[in-house]
Design a protein around this ligand. Structure first.
Ligand SMILES: Cc1cc2nc3c(=O)[nH]c(=O)nc-3n(C[C@H](O)[C@H](O)[C@H](O)COP(=O)(O)OP(=O)(O)OC[C@H]3O[C@@H](n4cnc5c(N)ncnc54)[C@H](O)[C@@H]3O)c2cc1C
Length: 374
């Protein structure tokens, strides 16, 4: 694999770097608070106005038609410049790839431009009070009605649900079905009559989560994504994006290691910390090279189902190690230092969200290693 960037790719990277360096805001409050979310949204709209919000999408949907290599370069530049978390991520990184793969032209034309402009803000409605890892046990229902469907049930752990305008979620549309069969993927406006969204705080106090209650909510047939009864396979495409490269590209981790190196500066380190720092650099570089190989494989038709679970295991565990190291370097100052200690707390949730790491290990053992199912 030749990793040399072409002249066009170098020019794209340089444009991105120039614009981001001049425009990235620093020190925004957490996007998981109402005021912080509003400030992040201003930034997302600025990105969109300059056509940097969704670089890999076609131009008619707000993108630049960039290749996946250019998108990776953009991501590296975004995090290198200290770009803030993307509060539109559940739409642009999770739902959008699924819409490109399974959506009708009408759905793409109506939803994607509003998503890239940060006008429609999407949250993910998978988990329910009794269904987390075992998502196929979900009980939220969709009953067919004249011209559409009536939804009932409850979703929970809905990230930034209180601040979003729309939810994508799974519902049981065939009452006689079991497990992965008879599920349908719906696109639901949160201002529809019968929807109640109740925000709740995380342990750190930020109102990052919501419960979403659906009480006889009518949605038209056009709210079905990917076909009635096909919900499981459509949802698995979304989780592939969430676990893999789309949500957590390597630029995020190479930039964190660069910040770690800045943090250390000229300090004399004990050998243990120096070794961990070297390991951190190698790990982030290994993730970068792994994803480049993965993209090449996918483009050559050699993609492997379930491989995004490997990414998820690697990035979630790496993120914890990087933040632990930063806190050790900071020592007693760590408690006074906002971003690293906040980042450490969030890193601890990495092995849980996007499917727990225990579940990812099951997937790797069964689908990639071919070990017997439990
Ligand atoms: C920060 C964060 C954001 C989230 N955002 C969203 C969101 O936006 N939308 C959404 O729908 N959900 C969201 N979630 C919920 C998340 O998807 C679930 O927490 C996750 O799927 C685990 O489900 P659970 O919490 O019910 O735990 P459980 O499924 O009850 O698991 C409990 C423990 O048992 C283990 N376990 C379960 N089954 C197995 C198995 N078969 N083999 C081995 N071990 C097993 C798990 O690994 C875990 O350690 C979010 C979670 C977090 C932490």
């Amino acid at each position: 694999m030749d990793l040399t960037e072409t002249d066009a790719e170098l020019a794209f990277r340089a444009d991105a770097r120039t614009w981001l360096t001049a425009n990235v805001p620093h020190g925004l409050p957490s996007g998981d608070t109402r005021t912080g979310f509003a400030e992040h949204l201003q930034w997302e709209k600025q990105l969109h106005a300059a056509r940097w919000a969704v670089v890999s999408w076609p131009e008619e949907y707000g993108g630049r038609g960039a290749s996946v290599w250019e998108w990776l370069a953009f991501e590296e530049e975004y995090y290198r410049a200290g770009g803030p978390q993307r509060v539109t991520q559940n739409g642009i990184f999770l739902l959008a790839p699924t819409l490109f793969a399974f959506g009708s032209k009408e759905q793409q034309d109506s939803l994607l431009p509003r998503m890239s402009a940060a006008e429609d803000l999407w949250c993910q409605g998978w988990s329910e009070p009794g269904s987390g890892s075992d998502l196929a046990s979900l009980t939220s229902r969709a009953d067919q009605a004249d011209g559409g469907w009536v939804l009932n049930g409850q979703k929970t752990w809905t990230t930034r649900g209180s601040f979003c305008t729309h939810l994508f979620g799974l519902f049981r549309s065939d009452p006689a079905s079991e497990r992965h069969h008879g599920l349908t993927y719906f696109l639901v406006p949160l201002d529809a009559p019968g929807v109640t969204v109740r925000g709740f705080a995380r342990l750190d106090g930020d109102e990052g989560f919501a419960e979403v209650f659906l009480d006889n909510v009518f949605v038209p047939d056009s709210a079905v994504l990917g076909g009635v009864g096909k919900g499981w396979s459509v949802a698995m495409a979304t989780t592939g994006s969430e676990r893999g490269l789309t949500l957590r590209s390597p630029g995020r981790y190479t930039a964190t290691v660069a910040r770690l190196l800045d943090l250390v500066g000229d300090e004399t380190l004990d050998n243990g910390v120096r070794d961990r720092l070297a390991q951190a650099w190698m790990d982030s570089e290994a993730y970068r090279l792994f994803t480049l190989r993965q993209v090449s494989d996918e483009q050559a038709g050699r993609g492997r189902p379930g491989e995004s679970s490997l990414n998820k295991l690697f990035w979630s565990e790496l993120d914890i190690r990087l933040h632990e190291l930063a806190l050790d370097v900071l020592g007693s100052e760590a408690e006074l230092e906002g971003p690293w200690s906040k980042g450490f707390q969030f890193s601890l949730s990495g092995p849980i969200y996007a499917g727990t790491n225990e579940v990812q290990r099951n997937i790797v053992s069964e689908r990639l290693l071919g070990l017997p199912r439990r």
